[in-house]
Design a protein around this ligand. Sequence first.
Ligand code: 3HC
Length: 311
Amino acid sequence: EEQAGLERFNALIAEDSRIEPRDWMPEAYRKTLTRQISQHAHSEIIGMQPEANWITRAPSLKRKAILIAKVQDEAGHGLYLYSAAETLGTPRDVLNEQLLSGKAKYSSIFNYPARSWADMGAIGWLVDGAAIANQVPLCRASYGPYGRAMVRICKEESFHQRQGFEILLELAHGTEAQKTMAQDAINRFYAPSLMMFGPPDTDSPNSQQSMEWKIKRFSNDELRQRFVGMIAEQVKVLGLTLPDPELRFDEEAGQWLHKDLDWDEFKAVIAGNGPCNAQRLERRREAHENGAWVREAAAAYAAKKAQKAQV
Ligand code: 3HC
């Protein structure tokens, strides 16, 4: 049974097909997908916080409406991804407990503060831009529910990236103070957004297996370089600069080179010691408690409905 299952699994992976929830799969495949998908979901939910702080401070009704729509989208992304993770057998409240207890990771980027309105532009353009660069290949992940969730998420991320770019474009063509605010936001979010792609390939314990199982289609460094190439061109349209004196295209290697990133800072942030880790988890715990009555009411309603159905 196990042998036949493994052969079928390997054949599906080899022919670039999808593994579906009811297919036999190696426990390690199930485990690494539960890890990646649930942490991806946690990132979406925690990622709502930096922007939520600016909804009441948006400079116009238009900007407020767009920001509310974007933050709502992120909640939906979390929902799709928790649902995809649950198809692998771990219930959502267990996944949620892993986040609330500090055991599970979520994207490092959300542990940085959003200090000015221009940060809403830098987050949209750089953070959601990096997410698109990382997530488009995930649309072809070998695990069906994950790849399919990515298709819709990527479509919505491109709206997030465009609205962020437009915020920066307006500021870059505004007063000197606005232009300075936009450049400052880019300066603060550039390196942390490059770290979203994960550690260097030489220090990426999950990559090899994830690439063999066609969960990860390109390496961390490859996607990072691809992303740098995109923003190196886009920043010219803004008339602003990227804070990277070593940024250049290496004709020979055919790839973009960027400055060294601070991997000690990265390790500190994902170990829970970034600028905002404590407040992000505190806020999440508080929101979870405040929402307990909704979960209880929904459960009571469902129980009553089930009882009626039996009568
Ligand atoms: N933040 C936090 N943890 C990170 C990280 C980051 N930026 N990059 C890597 N890590 C963690 C990994 O989770 C792994 O730890 P674990 O084994 O305990 O899970 C460890 O560092 C080593 O990294 P690896 O490269 O070996 O791990 P992966 O093969 O999983 O690659 C990844 C990391 C590229 C982030 C991959 O997990 C991935 O593609 N995940 C899905 C995409 C995702 O999570 N994106 C979040 C972006 S935020 C977002 O999408 C919200 C949007 O609105 C902007």
